[in-house]
Design a protein around this ligand. Structure first.
Ligand code: CA
Length: 225
């Protein structure tokens, strides 16, 4: 199996070194960037399979780097940060990050989370079924890991994509926030159910589902095409 490429964007060299050492030991290929600009240009030149991204960088904030990356690529991103309040977590996730790890971290835990996200991402991307799922204005093509609205590709983050796929595949089924959190983010995710709300709001806007991805008051959400 081909080694997965990880891009570490972290200005604190000792931390970058620990991550590089830890992931290389586990068979990953690791590149390190020490500023946001450097990281962004590395990702552009040689897109990695996953980005570990520090929140506090000397030039561009990690949140902005995250936005810049997710605008152009569908690369899973894990934010690293010394901060740990719920607000910061939500802010980080709003920027398109897939997961959130607070420093100081346990290297084994970081590796485990990276593996989980890569597995989930591969599974979604590797589905080779050739059929298209058409729901109203939307068309899901799983082998492309893409959703189109009236022929135009939607610019979705990995989490938004997974969430939207879940709704498209189960029209009219009501999903609770907790069920979605477990299914899309995994049981070990540290955020809360507001994460789901934020992502649903973004999907509604991006995919034009303001009227069809509806809130079931006190329960959760359902898609009514
Ligand atoms: Ca830093």
């Amino acid at each position: 199996m081909e080694s997965k490429k990880i891009l570490v964007i972290e200005d604190e060299k000792p931390i970058a070194d620990i991550l590089k050492y830890g992931f290389e030991k586990e068979g990953f290929l690791v590149q390190c960037a020490y500023t946001g600009a450097e990281g962004f240009s590395m990702a552009r030149g040689n897109p990695p399979d996953l980005v570990l991204l520090d929140w506090m960088l000397p030039d561009i904030s990690g949140v902005d780097v995250c936005r810049m990356l997710t605008e152009q690529y569908r690369i899973p991103i894990i934010m690293l940060t010394a901060r740990g309040t719920v607000e910061d977590k939500l802010y980080g996730l709003e920027s398109g990050a897939d997961d959130y790890i607070t420093k100081p971290f346990d290297l084994r835990e970081v590796v485990a989370r990276v593996r989980t996200i890569l597995r989930r991402f591969d599974k979604a991307r590797g589905n080779t079924a050739d059929d298209r799922l058409v729901c109203g204005h939307l068309t899901l093509i799983e082998r492309e890991h893409s959703v189109y609205r009236d022929g135009a590709l939607l610019n979705l983050t990995p989490k938004e994509y997974e969430l939207l796929v879940c709704f498209l595949k189960h029209p009219r089924q009501v999903f609770t926030r907790t069920a979605l959190l477990d299914q899309i983010w995994g049981y070990d995710f540290v955020g809360d159910t507001r994460t789901v709300d934020i992502h649903v709001q973004r999907i509604r806007k991006k995919a034009g589902l303001e009227d069809t991805l509806v809130t079931v008051f006190g329960v959760g959400y359902k898609y009514v095409p």
